[in-house]
Design a protein around this ligand. Structure first.
Ligand SMILES: Cc1ncc(COP(=O)(O)O)c(C=O)c1O
Length: 365
């Protein structure tokens, strides 16, 4: 079976000494030594100043909204993983879906203003597949209407525009370090903010609101990352560039091998962007290709290749959200088309030439 992805695992011989150290010190969680080291190492690698680690990539979304006291309505994209919108729901916020751009799959700045009402308090875009949103235009709209911007950057680990981290834009950004992500801590995530005071508030909120032994300053939650996964994450940083380079080679090869196949298109590559090559989505136009997206998915699966329909169905089509007026298909024609035609091909740092060729052979026959 060739899976859509395969986790990057640190060499076991590098992990064992750190495990022994943790066993000796008997400090397993609650802002331990490895937790602190990983926060610093990630600040350095990602070129950001303030990062708070979390036990997954969903809690930082929920906590970001809490820490900025976001209420009312938030403008967001339907073309993402459900966690983006669920984080709004968990905060009692009404999601307002806005359509995406055809070239990137990201929230379309041209359509945001029409969705703003007197209840709108923030915008929550997603850098889907790690492709940067149009951050300048989104910020201009946010400034004009006094809105906060929280980026779900779950896919955008290490992504840079003109040498600047994509995580620097907006009020806050979140990351996921889930096992399927380019950089993983098995489960894990992070919240990136702009100043030390905000980080302090986030750190209270991810630890039940506890400020000291007898003081609870806010109704916080338990979002802490433990020492074992922090140590694992520290080793991963040494290997992540090699993994990203391997992913880049495979992505380039996909582009070369499939560029002249009628009915298959890709997302646009953007100049001056350092991508992390998390996903390789192709879009199937069945009027020009020999079969539909679903037929290709089935054929690949029969032959042991698991491609994935990320992101189908749209979040706005799930029962929790489909009753919202912004969830209608007429409001979301571009997102609907992408969701109906997308297929993410297998992509990971250890995909072999033989596996690559067998995937290509099925697609081009
Ligand atoms: C866009 C997006 N947001 C949020 C999440 C949630 O992250 P996690 O699974 O680490 O909770 C994911 C991934 O799983 C995601 O793809």
């Amino acid at each position: 079976m060739i899976n859509v992805t395969q986790p990057l695992l640190p060499p076991m011989e590098e992990f064992i000494p750190l495990l022994k150290d943790i066993w000796n010190k008997k400090w397993l969680t609650n802002n331990g030594e490895y937790h602190q080291k990983l926060e610093q190492a990630l600040c350095d690698y990602l070129k950001v100043e303030h990062i708070s680690l979390f036990t997954n990539g969903t809690l930082p979304l929920i906590v970001a909204l809490q820490s900025l006291c976001i209420k009312g309505e938030v403008i967001t994209t339907p073309y993402s993983f459900v966690a983006t919108t669920h984080s709004l729901w968990w905060n009692g916020i009404t999601p307002v879906f806005v359509d995406v751009e055809p070239n990137t799959g990201n929230l379309d700045p041209d359509k945001i203003e029409a969705a703003i009402t007197n209840k709108t308090t923030a915008i929550m875009p997603v850098h889907v597949y790690g492709t940067p949103c149009n951050v300048e235009r989104i910020q201009n709209i946010a400034d004009k209407y006094g809105l906060k911007v929280i980026y779900d950057a779950a896919h955008a680990f290490g992504v840079e525009v003109n040498g600047k981290s994509i995580l620097e834009y907006g009020d806050m950004s979140t990351l996921s370090f889930h096992a399927t992500k380019t950089y993983n801590t098995i489960e894990g995530g992070a919240l990136i903010c702009k100043d030390a005071k905000t980080k302090q508030r986030i750190d209270y909120l991810k630890n039940f609101g506890i400020a000291d032994e007898v003081t609870v300053v806010a109704p916080g939650i338990n979002g802490k990352l433990d020492e074992l996964r922090a140590a694992y994450g520290l080793i991963q940083i040494k290997h992540i560039n090699n993994a990203i380079n391997s992913r880049k080679k495979i992505s380039d090869n996909y582009r070369k091998a499939l560029s002249n196949v009628p009915g298959i298109s890709f997302l646009k590559e953007i100049n001056n962007v350092r991508m992390n090559y998390s996903y390789f989505p192709i879009f199937i136009d069945k009027s020009k290709y020999y079969c539909s997206r679903d037929e290709l998915y089935d054929t690949m699966k029969e032959k042991g290749i698991l491609a994935r329909k990320y992101f189908f169905p749209l979040i706005s089509d799930f029962p929790t959200y489909r009753g919202l007026s912004s969830a209608s298909k007429e409001n979301l024609p571009v997102a609907s088309k992408l969701a109906d035609t997308v297929l993410c091909l297998p992509l990971h740092h250890e995909l072999t030439e033989e596996e690559f060729n067998s995937i290509i052979n099925i697609i081009i026959t």
